[in-house]
Design a protein around this ligand. Structure first.
Ligand code: NAD
Length: 311
C-alpha cells in the first residue's frame, strides 16, 4: 500500500480523497526538518506547500519516494531537477489559484491608489484625515503587466473591464494572446517607462531575480504604483525603498517579500512605510483556490500512482 506524507497545511479534500483511494495518509503540517529527515524514507508520496523545502538532502533520504506534489504553483522550494534525475515525479496545480491572485491584484491596485490601509490606520488612531490624501482612479491609466502567463493574462482581462489601457511584456512572444485580449505587447523598457501601474507576474528564475532594480525605477514615470504578487526576489527591495523615499514611486502593494517574514532592516522599514501595503503571501488563500488546487492535485497524484501500478 502506498503511503503519503503531507507536511504543510492543505485543504482536507487532499487527505480525504487520498485515503479514499487506498493510500495511507500521515497529515503532519508543521513537522520540523529533523523529523522530516528521519521519517521521509517510509513514503511514496510527499505533499507540500511552500514552507517545506524539498532539498537534495531530503530527496537523498527519501528512498521510496515516487511523487512530490506541490499544492500550489511555484516550485522554487523543490529541487525539481534533482528529484526528476532520481525518477521522482514532481506535480503541481498551477491553474488553481489564478483567479484568486488576479482578484487580489485588482484589490491591491485600488487600495494602493487610494491609500486605503494608511487611511484606515489613521482613523483607527483617532484621526479623520478626509481631504489629506487625494488618490487616483484606475480608469484610463496604463497598466504594465510584467510576465504574461496565467495570472498576468487574467489581471489584464479584469483591468480592461475597469477601463485601464493594458500593456504586457514577457520573455516569450505572446503577441497573439495579447492582441486577443486587447493588450499591447511591448518590450520591457517601453513597459517600464510608460506605465502608471506596474504589476509583476513572472516565474522566479535566475534572470528574473532583481529584474526591477535601481535602473528600472529611474526609468519609471513619476508617481508610478507597483504591485508584486509573484515572488519577492523579483524586486530589489533596497532600490524600491529608495524609489519610495525619493518620491518616484507613489505607492506599493506587496503580497510577497524577499524574506517572508521580513528580516533585513531595509525590509522592515519598507513594510512600515505609510505608502506600502503588505499582505502575508495570501494570493492563493481563498476557499475556492485551495479546493481547486486540492482537486487538481489529487487527480494528478492518483493518475500517476495508477499508471505506475503503485495503487
Ligand atoms: P505562468 O507560468 O503562467 O506565467 C509566468 C510568465 O512569466 C510566463 O509567461 C513566463 O514566460 C514569464 N516569465 C518568466 N521569466 C520572465 C522574465 N524574466 N521576464 C519576463 N517574463 C518572464 O505563472 P502564473 O501562474 O501566472 O504565476 C505567476 C507568478 O505568480 C509566479 O511567480 C508564481 O509563483 C506567483 N504566484 C503567487 C501566488 C501568491 O500567493 N502570491 C499564487 C500563485 C502564483
Amino acid at each position: 500500500m502506498a503511503r503519503a506524507l503531507i507536511t504543510d497545511p492543505v485543504d482536507e479534500y487532499i487527505v480525504n480523497e487520498l485515503s479514499r483511494n487506498g493510500i495511507i495518509v500521515d497529515y503532519r503540517p508543521g513537522i520540523n526538518r529533523d523529523e522530516l529527515m528521519s521519517i521521509i524514507k517510509d513514503y511514496e508520496v510527499l505533499v507540500v506547500r511552500s514552507r517545506t523545502k524539498v532539498t537534495r538532502e531530503v530527496i537523498d533520504a527519501a528512498s521510496r519516494l515516487r511523487v512530490i506534489a506541490r499544492a500550489g504553483v511555484g516550485l522554487d522550494n523543490i529541487d525539481v531537477e534533482y528529484a526528476r534525475s532520481k525518477g521522482i515525479e514532481v506535480l503541481n496545480a498551477p491553474e488553481g489559484s489564478t483567479q484568486s491572485v488576479a482578484e487580489l491584484v485588482i484589490g491591491l491596485m485600488v487600495a494602493a491608489a487610494r491609500l486605503v490601509a494608511l487611511q484606515d490606520r489613521l482613523v483607527k488612531g483617532g484621526e479623520w484625515p478626509k481631504g489629506k490624501y487625494v488618490g487616483t482612479e484606475l480608469f484610463g491609466k496604463v497598466l504594465g503587466v510584467v510576465g504574461f502567463g496565467r495570472i498576468g493574462q487574467r489581471v489584464a482581462e479584469l483591468a480592461r473591464a475597469i477601463g485601464m489601457k493594458v500593456q504586457a511584456y514577457d520573455i516569450l512572444d505572446l503577441r497573439d494572446k495579447a492582441t486577443k485580449l486587447g493588450v499591447d505587447f511591448v518590450d520591457f523598457e517601453t513597459l517600464i517607462r510608460s506605465s502608471d501601474f506596474i504589476t509583476i507576474h513572472v516565474t522566479l528564475t535566475p534572470s528574473a531575480r532583481h529584474m526591477i532594480g535601481e535602473r528600472e525605477f529611474q526609468m519609471m514615470k513619476d508617481g508610478v504604483i507597483i504591485i508584486n504578487t509573484s515572488r519577492g526576489e523579483v524586486i530589489d527591495t533596497k532600490a524600491l525603498l529608495k524609489a519610495l523615499n525619493d518620491g518616484k514611486v507613489a505607492a506599493v502593494a506587496l503580497d510577497v517579500l524577499e524574506n517572508e517574514p521580513p528580516k533585513e532592516p531595509w525590509e522592515v522599514e519598507l513594510v512600515r512605510h505609510p505608502r506600502v501595503i503588505v499582505t502575508p503571501h495570501i494570493g492563493a488563500e481563498t476557499r475556492e483556490a485551495q479546493r481547486r488546487i486540492a482537486e487538481i492535485l489529487v487527480d494528478k497524484i492518483i493518475k500517476y500512482l495508477r499508471t505506475n501500478n503503485l495503487i
